[in-house]
Every structure is written in structure tokens, then in C-alpha cells.
Design a protein around this ligand. Sequence first.
Ligand SMILES: Cc1cc2nc3c(=O)[nH]c(=O)nc-3n(C[C@H](O)[C@H](O)[C@H](O)COP(=O)(O)OP(=O)(O)OC[C@H]3O[C@@H](n4cnc5c(N)ncnc54)[C@H](O)[C@@H]3O)c2cc1C
Length: 413
Amino acid sequence: MLDVERGLSQEQRLMRQSCRTFVDESVTPFIRENWQQEWSMEPDGRLPREILEEADRIGIRTLGVPEEFGGVELDAETEAQTFAIIAEEVARGDSGLADKLSQIWKVSVLLRNIAPRHLQERWFPELVADPGFLLAHCLTEPRGASDRWLPYNVPEAAMQTRAERHGDQWVINGRKHFISNGYDASLYVVYATTRPGVGMLQGTSSFLVPRDTPGLTVTRCNETLGCRFMNNGEIVFEDCAVPADHLLAENDALSKAGVYFKPGKILQAAKNLGVGMAAFERTAAYVQEYVQGGKILIKHQAVALRLATMATKLAAVRALLHEAAREVDARGPDADALCNMAKVYASEEVFEVAKHAVELHGGSGMMLEQGIEKLFRDAAIFLHMDATADISKFKIVKSLFRDTAGTYAGVEA
Ligand SMILES: Cc1cc2nc3c(=O)[nH]c(=O)nc-3n(C[C@H](O)[C@H](O)[C@H](O)COP(=O)(O)OP(=O)(O)OC[C@H]3O[C@@H](n4cnc5c(N)ncnc54)[C@H](O)[C@@H]3O)c2cc1C
């Protein structure tokens, strides 16, 4: 097997090792015992609080929260790179858990960068104190998230969730769906149109909305194909009034969210790599043990070819991921293109890796007992999270060919 620690600092190796121990001792035993129950478990009982408590104990739950508030702030020069290492390791154990945690990390980075001081003082200590405290980022609405990612910056494509200022409050009305941690978060970042007549880049604001705010209702837990140990939810806002000082960004919220989106793409690719590594490791063990045609599978040429393809794809995903993470950390000019490349490439290649894993397990690959089908389902989810594959590719072309690329929505100029 390739050395996955090549190029890591001593600190990153230690973090990786402690995540691996956490996964092997606390996550994998629970997941193996429960992956057959994924479909019958109630959302509230899906992932035990003790796992989040253990994540907290080893210092990975509050990554991104400033140290002065009790969090674990990573070295800014290598933050995205370290996120990638940790996310991969956690997702190797369970991608739903990795989603739960990475939402906390991403939203903490956003709040650290754009939230006014009084909001950081108010909310970071609560997050740090309670291992069950989850964060969520509410952008997507029933009508087209792709318009936001492109972005399609015309008034008719603006968000349908609206916020209006009434005295010393902002009153929010609308609906957000497909939100990671949406079902059980304690605190939501919510995007809403505040200037209806203009494009979303000039007329969208963001707010911090505590779960217990009157008018906020969690209307459902979405039953997803994969990543089922993270509860994805739908949230409705009906005359939901938040204090005016819970405004995060007025009218330019989408441009300010770049600090969230870039590490976000790195985290997506890294979680995806973790799922791919789990599929590869399990398959490599299986083909070296299981016998057909009088010999272990790996000695059959067609099996060896598939294994080589899987290993090569994962090595290529890893190389691009770490290249992209370095560029994000350096705030370099290619960060946009590279983080989208890493995200979309990981989603397509790991999906292929998972298909080979299922295939090499034969009929066992289809059975709930083996858990290989779980990895296949988890891999499929990544094609549609944080922008679809096609929209991510438009973003890559727009970054590479700024003057000539299309808008890919509406009438081309
Ligand atoms: C597991 C999961 C977790 C998620 N978590 C979050 C979260 O935490 N917060 C959040 O805000 N959102 C979240 N999402 C939403 C996610 O970002 C969107 O589902 C995704 O961006 C696609 O948007 P959509 O579903 O509205 O599809 P649409 O935008 O309706 O797209 C439908 C199809 O049309 C294509 N398409 C759309 N526009 C164009 C165009 N102009 N040109 C060509 N093709 C186009 C798309 O590629 C796609 O194939 C999550 C989704 C999933 C599946």
C-alpha cells in the first residue's frame, strides 16, 4: 500500500494517528454493528452522543473555533491541508459523522471571519461547551441551488427566502431544504434576499438564527441514499424574527461566503477520499483472502487490473486534493479552479472505486451484512453535494477562462 503520510508534518502525522485510533476504536465498531439498521433507525437515535463526545475529547470537534473561545484553531498556513487529513480519516470510519463534524468546522471558519465580535463571544463558548451542539449552513431552497453556485446573478434567480428589517429585528420568511445537520443543529446560518430587485450577489444577506427562535420549524429529516448517520433536514421560517445584531453580512453575503466555500470543497474531496480508501482497504483484504477458481482473487488477472485501477484513482485524487488544499491555504490565484477540480474529480473517481469494490465482492457486495453497499451509497452522495458535478465543471471553466467562458444560465452575452 502507498504511504499516505508522505509530505505530512510531524503535527499532521500525530493528528492523523489520533483520528485513526478514534475511528478504529470508537466509530467503526458502532458503524459495523448498526449499518444494517440505517434504514430503520429514528433520526434522533442514529449516532450516539458518545461518539461526538469522543471527537471532542481528542480535539477535532471544534476545529476552526478560535482558541480564545476554547476551540482548536489550526495553523492558518496549513488549515485546509490539515482539514483534509482529518476529514479523510473520519470519513474512512463513517462519512455521515465526517459530514456532521465538517459542517461545524466550515461554519466556524465562516463565523470566525465574518461574524461581529459580540456574536462570536455569544455563540462559540456554547458550541465548545456542548458536544451535541451542531451547526448548519442554509443556502439551498426548493428552487435551484445551481443558480447560486454558478452564480446566475439576475433578480429572477434570487433566493425566495426573504428577510425584512422591522425596527430592531430582521424578519425571515421562506424554506431551506437539503441542509446538512439541518434536522438537529442548534444554530443556523441562513441566507435570504434583502434587496429583491437586484441579483443575488448584491441583494443577499446572511443571519445567525438559533434553533429555538419562534417561527423556525424543522419540518423534516430527509431520508438520504447515503451518509445516513448525518441528519439532513428541511427548515421553514414563518415570521421568524432575529435581533438586528444577528446579521452576519448585509447584501453581499454570497461574496463573503468564499471563506466557507473554498475549504468546503477541500473537505468534500477529503471525505470522499476517506470513503474511497475504506472501499479500497476492505476490497484489498477480501481479494487476498477469498478463493475462486482454485486461488485467491488477487491472483486472477482481471481482479488485479481492477485493484490497480482503484489504487491509481485514489492516488490521483489524493495528489490533486493536497495540491488544491495548499493553494487554498496560500490564498493563491488558482484556489478556485483547483478546489472545484478536487471536489468534482474526487466525486467521479471515488464513485468508480466504489463500483469496483462492489463488483469484486460479487453477491456479497449487494448484501447489507458486508457494508460494501453502504460505501457505494455514501460515494454516490458526493456527486450532488456542494454543487453538482456539471455545475462544478462550469465553475472550473469560468475560473480558467475568465474572459471567454459562458455564464451557463440565461441568455449568453
Ligand atoms: C447530502 C446533501 C447535503 C447537502 N447539504 C447542504 C447544506 O448543508 N446546505 C445547503 O445549502 N445545501 C446543501 N445541499 C444541497 C446541494 O448543494 C444541492 O442539492 C446541489 O447544489 C444541487 O442543487 P439542486 O438540488 O437544487 O439541483 P438543481 O440546481 O435543481 O439541478 C438539477 C440538475 O440541473 C443541472 N443544472 C442546473 N442548472 C444548470 C445550468 N445552468 N446548466 C446546466 N445544467 C444545470 C444540475 O447539474 C442538475 O443535474 C446538500 C445536498 C445533498 C444531496
